[in-house]
Write a protein that binds this ligand. Structure first.
Ligand code: PHE
Length: 437
């Protein structure tokens, strides 16, 4: 069998994981959710959850991936052969397929809007451009096809020359772009209101729902429960510190979400509009803002709109690449496909499901609801239970205590294991129940 590829260093492995984590979740969901759910109070809870719940889940997935040096299905098969855990392996081949199908539709919109901002710019008609864009059924389909096609191209080039190389360039670029946009946005007259909307702590808004939102958002944003972190970690060298790579991923994901908040909300308030939710915020409100600001400084606002949609497209791509890789790894390792064929097959199936989402808003929302509220927390729960209860304890421990980790990490392992075995599964179950209320 061909030698399994690895990421070149701990840093590039972290770049790939952070690339997966940073995506549409940071750009449209986080700013909106923060404003709606209590500003700084929400950020604080989000931060605490990310550290004590999400980061340990990420480390569990990482440990399973690296110790088995296999994709999701192979990992279950190696570490718990002949058991029903193989269903978890299969679930995490299916979930990213469903997720990618509609994620790619939104990715396609950002490609379409990138092209529109480049070619036409946004004028007085800006806020209706999204409905005009989606009213031509074929246009979003073409963009979805381009988006999946680009994703497939990168993944087919392999772990090192495709995934690693793409993330190594994209991640720093994303940070430069989002900082530029945030600087522009916060310098607009009237933008202070947006900063206040994000930061004003409103503890009165805290409710069980807000806690569940914070956890759901944190899972989605860190790409947990889908097998992407597991698969990427399986390409990590033994000397890479899992803890450092995982903590780095969480740090950059959070930093990006915060800067994205400062890129978006101040502009929304400067234009004097109510912040909208979801795709509407990015594809209706922002073009309107770029359009109305365009009157004062046409060139600058044009440049910013181009950069903004470029940022969304690249951020979405670095995430979609990780979703496709999970599925491709399954076919390559378990079904002995060549990389090229595996990528072609999963890209085609995902593309077809995406066509369904592009044409039917109903399919889109059913897929999104099923993945975000059900499959993703279920995957996360099962990975944590697997790592805490099923995986040989010494093997789990050695992932953190072995080469590349700091001296003394052993002392924390007991506390970590306690969290993984008892606290985190209960916390995930609670979100589940809140979601079904
Ligand atoms: N974390 C990505 C985002 O914020 C989405 C994602 C979820 C990617 C699960 C991979 C796996 O957009």
């Amino acid at each position: 069998m061909a030698q399994r590829e690895n990421f070149g260093s701990g840093l590039t492995a972290m770049f790939a994981m952070a690339g997966s984590a940073i995506g549409l979740g940071n750009l449209w969901r986080f700013p909106y959710q923060t404003g709606q759910d209590g500003g700084a109070a929400f950020i604080l809870i989000y931060l605490i959850f990310s550290l004590i719940i999400s980061l340990p889940i990420l480390l569990c997935e990482s440990a399973i991936g690296r110790s088995s040096a296999s994709g999701t299905f192979g990992a279950m098969d190696k570490l718990a052969p002949g058991t029903r855990w193989k269903w978890l392996g299969l679930l995490t081949v299916f979930t990213p397929m469903l997720l990618l199908s509609y994620y790619s539709v939104v990715g396609g919109w950002s490609v379409g809007f990138f092209a529109e901002s480049l070619v036409k710019g946004f004028g007085a008609d800006a806020s209706s451009r999204f409905s005009v864009f989606t009213s031509h059924w074929w246009l979003p389909l073409v963009c979805h096809t381009l988006f999946i096609g680009t994703t497939a191209l990168v993944v087919s080039a392999g772990v090192k020359s495709g995934i690693e190389r793409f993330n190594k360039i994209s991640l720093p670029l994303l940070f430069v772009l989002i900082v530029l946009i945030a600087v522009y946005s916060t310098s607009l007259p009237g933008s202070e209101e947006g900063v206040r909307y994000l930061l004003k702590p409103d503890f009165g808004k805290l409710s069980p729902r807000v806690f569940a939102d914070a956890m759901g958002q944190s899972f989605f944003s860190l790409s947990l429960g889908v097998g992407t972190i597991l698969t990427y970690s399986s390409y990590m060298k033994k000397e890479t510190s899992l803890l450092r790579a995982g903590a780095g991923t969480a740090f950059f994901d959070l930093l990006f979400a915060l800067i994205a908040g400062f890129a978006i909300m101040p502009a929304v308030f400067a234009a004097g509009i109510e912040p909208g939710a979801g795709p509407g915020l990015i594809f209706e409100t922002l073009p309107f803002i770029f359009g109305s600001l365009g009157q004062a400084a046409p060139l600058l606002s044009r440049v910013i709109s181009v950069l903004f949609f470029l940022t969304i497209a690249i951020a979405a791509l670095t995430s979609s690449i990780s979703m496709l890789e999970v599925q491709a790894a399954y076919l390559i390792e378990e079904k002995k496909f060549t990389r090229g064929k595996a990528v072609l097959l999963v890209a085609l199936v995902t593309w077809a499901l995406g066509v369904l989402c592009s044409l039917s808003g109903k399919a889109f929302s059913v897929f999104d609801y099923t993945v975000s509220n059900f499959l993703l927390p279920l995957g996360a729960l099962l990975f944590v239970i697997f790592a805490g209860w099923k995986m040989p304890r010494e093997m789990f421990r050695s992932e953190f205590i072995g080469e590349g980790s700091r001296k003394g990490s052993g002392r924390f392992f007991g506390a970590f294991l306690f969290m993984v075995r008892y606290v985190i599964p209960v916390a995930i179950l609670i979100i589940f129940l809140t979601n079904f209320q």
